[in-house]
Design a binder for this molecule. Structure first.
Ligand code: NIG
Ligand code: FE
Length: 418
């Protein structure tokens, strides 16, 4: 029987479907379905056909992939993409050895982005975030999580979340929103962080009613929020029906990892200082470890999250850019794949699972994004690479040949003309 599709991708060297019935943890992160010489058919924006033979498929349009790798669109499960201003002036401070948390203590860092974000209009924030999302799309990312947290007051937090909602409606990228009102203690509340957390909790009913965020996150760190404050805050957010995410053990090992597991958080993020006990508990609770090695690299630290121990203990790992103006100014998830290979010692198979299937499950989109299967949205990347080993290997550049979002080619490598 002949089937007809709108668009057919043929002559694919390797087609990674990433098919999985749930997040892959531990040894299963090594598994990868690879169809050698595969073909992929798309109709009405959805995947209509996956196979290794196109003899019985007719197509309105054909893309000859000429021996290239084809994968699902990448999923970036941890970003701070909506913000005002930038922080290039902090680079010199870093070079002089001023630590990240010290810059924050002096009123810079996150707090300087808070000032710029408060000043920006909704339109300005929208335009700027849109620019960064365009760039992510051009690097092969088709689904992105976006956090608030540069307002630290009612008005600006709501403004950031509303910008994210507009982008979710209008931008080609699929956006998933997280409320990170508890990102730092504003200067006005230095003496009373508890009162500040109460003010942020008071926004949750409105956020829920307007469907402005699915997740609630907190920065549990020295000089920011303690584990006990975080636990009480997140417990209340959970009672209001939000799923939880946590910036845990990013710089100092405080025990945020154990807290994330005990609260049943969907993900615990950073985890550079996670203890053995914390890692064990993540495996038991099924909390996904979202690792951000680009941040460790950019903060100039020598010890990275212990991905190998996590995998040995059966944790599911996802990888993200942590795109933000301070600790990780990059939209390029391909670069993070290289850092994961070099510093986290993750294998190429583990890395591909971490930026597709597991990343999607870490933001509640496991059934929609991160896999190629008939009936799913056709979010597909054609890479200028002969095989999947090649992307983490050749680092720091953009390997995208074409990005297809909902069945449409939305970005293509620019050809230099004579
Ligand atoms: O994930 N650690 C807290 N938040 C971000 C950094 C935000 C910033 O520096 O602006 C992070 O590293
Ligand atoms: Fe972050």
């Amino acid at each position: 029987m002949t089937i007809h599709v709108d668009l057919l991708l043929k002559n694919i060297s390797q087609l990674l479907t990433m098919r999985s019935s749930g997040p892959r943890s531990g040894k299963a992160m090594q598994e990868l379905e690879v169809i050698e010489g595969g073909v992929l058919g798309i109709t009405n924006g959805k995947i209509a056909f996956i196979g290794n033979d196109c003899a019985e498929v007719e197509a309105t349009m054909i893309i000859d992939c000429e021996g290239k790798l084809v994968t699902p669109g990448l999923v970036d499960p941890h970003t701070h993409v909506v913000f005002g201003g930038s922080r290039e002036h902090e680079m010199a401070l870093k070079q002089q050895g001023v630590p990240y948390l010290e810059i924050l203590k002096r009123g810079g860092g996150i707090l300087s982005t808070v000032e710029a974000t408060r000043k920006a209009t909704m339109e300005e924030l929208y335009e700027k975030a849109s620019f960064h999302l365009d760039r992510m799309l051009s690097f092969g990312t088709t689904t992105v999580e976006a956090k608030s947290g540069y307002g630290l007051d009612r008005e600006t937090e709501m403004k950031q979340l509303r910008v994210a909602k507009e982008l979710q409606k209008n931008h080609q990228i699929d956006l998933v929103s997280t409320f990170l009102g508890a990102h730092a203690i504003p200067l006005t509340h230095k003496e009373d962080p508890e009162q500040f957390l109460e003010e942020m909790l008071a926004l949750l009913d409105e956020i829920k009613a307007e469907q402005l965020a699915e997740f609630v996150d907190i920065f549990t760190e020295t000089g920011v929020f303690t584990v006990e404050q975080s636990r009480r805050y997140l417990q209340k957010a959970k009672e209001k029906g939000f799923d939880l995410k946590i910036h845990a053990d990013e710089i100092d090992p405080l025990g945020g990892t154990e807290m994330a597991a005990s609260l049943g958080a969907i993900s615990a993020d950073h985890l550079v200082g996670a203890s053995d006990e914390g890692i064990q508990q993540l495996a038991q609770s099924g909390t996904i470890a979202v690792l951000l090695p680009g941040t460790t690299f950019y903060l100039g630290k020598s010890s990275f999250a212990r991905a190998r121990e996590m995998i040995e203990r059966d944790v599911a790992i996802a990888l993200a850019t942590d795109f933000n103006p301070g600790s990780s100014p990059t939209e390029n998830l391909q670069l993070i794949m290289s850092i994961a290979a070099l510093q986290l010692k993750m294998s190429p198979e583990e890395i591909w699972n971490a930026v597709t299937v597991n990343a999607a499950y870490a933001i509640g989109r496991g059934e929609q994004s991160g896999q190629l299967a008939v009936g799913r949205n056709a979010d597909v990347v054609i890479w200028d690479a002969p095989n999947y080993l090649y992307i983490p290997y050749h680092y720091g550049v953009n390997h995208v040949n074409k990005v297809i979002k909902n069945g449409r080619v939305v970005t293509e490598r620019v050809e230099i003309r004579e």
